[in-house]
Design a binder for this molecule. Structure first.
Ligand SMILES: Nc1nc2c(ncn2[C@@H]2O[C@H](COP(=O)(O)OP(=O)(O)OP(=O)(O)O)[C@@H](O)[C@H]2O)c(=O)[nH]1
Ligand SMILES: [Mg+2]
Length: 227
């Protein structure tokens, strides 16, 4: 856990953003059963479901699968890897029969074969634009690097498709507090120009557990229908 204790609410002190009741609801939601449903290798394999759905999107290796594991407190629910491009299909999880979680293949992996990239892009874009159940996209951004052009393309597409999304800065343990403040400020400024972006930014470390309970609380809000 980080030792940061800033006075103002926000990503460095995110629990201030949520009531203790919301933190508890989030904890209970993620303490429930989380089961792997299926991995969809193409749009036609995406399951028909009724629950509200949250997708974890972001560049290859940004930490999507690790974050799902940290949220659910399981080491190996979603497969993680040192090798970018590990998640090659959309993996669906059912959380407590309340919400569906989608772990997306990462985008922007320069060394992946071109036809593979084209296939993933088609699938991920088709899913993000056309998924009726999708209530929020968690757009993961590496806190060390900030928003990149490949992320901007996805943000533009989500804005145009009116799919609400929220930035989660990952790997917070890799940078110092001063840099955290800088990346949060810069990200917030850029997000303010995006119509479908939520203004609240999460800052998490899946390895150290920082920011995880706040993100659980936020997803709990979504599961409650408070969007
Ligand atoms: N230091 C640190 N490393 C992290 C954190 N989260 C993930 N990583 C590391 O980043 C690498 C990629 O993590 P994944 O969770 O597999 O990333 P992903 O976004 O699912 O990757 P793809 O499925 O390939 O798109 C692994 O080596 C993780 O251990 C974090 O909070 N801190
Ligand atoms: Mg992954």
């Amino acid at each position: 856990m980080t030792e940061d204790k800033p006075e103002q609410p926000g990503p460095l002190n995110p629990t201030e953003e949520f009531t203790s009741g919301e933190i508890e609801l989030g904890r209970v939601l993620f303490a429930g059963e989380c089961t792997f449903m299926l991995g969809a290798a193409g749009l036609e394999q995406i399951p028909e479901t009724e629950l509200p759905e949250i997708a974890f999107a972001g560049r290859s290796n940004v930490g999507k699968s690790s974050l799902i594991n940290a949220l659910t407190n399981r080491n190996a629910l979603a497969r993680t890897s040192h090798t970018p491009g590990r998640t090659q299909q959309i993996n669906f999880f059912n959380l407590s029969e309340r919400i569906t979680i989608g772990d997306l293949p990462g985008y922007g992996y320069a060394r992946a074969p071109k036809d593979q990239v084209a296939k993933w892009t088609r699938m991920v874009n088709g899913y993000l634009k056309g998924r009726r159940q999708l209530v929020r996209v968690m757009l993961l951004i590496d806190a060390r690097h900030g928003i990149k052009d490949v992320d901007r393309k996805v943000m533009k597409m989500l804005d145009e498709a009116a799919v609400s999304y929220q930035v989660v800065l990952t790997k917070a343990d890799k940078i110092k507090e001063k840099e955290r403040l800088r990346v949060i400020a810069k990200t917030a400024t850029e997000l303010s120009a995006h119509i479908a972006a939520y203004p609240f930014i999460h800052l998490c470390s899946s390895h150290k557990g920082a920011g995880i309970e706040a993100l659980r609380a936020d997803i709990g809000r979504i599961a409650q229908g408070d969007r």
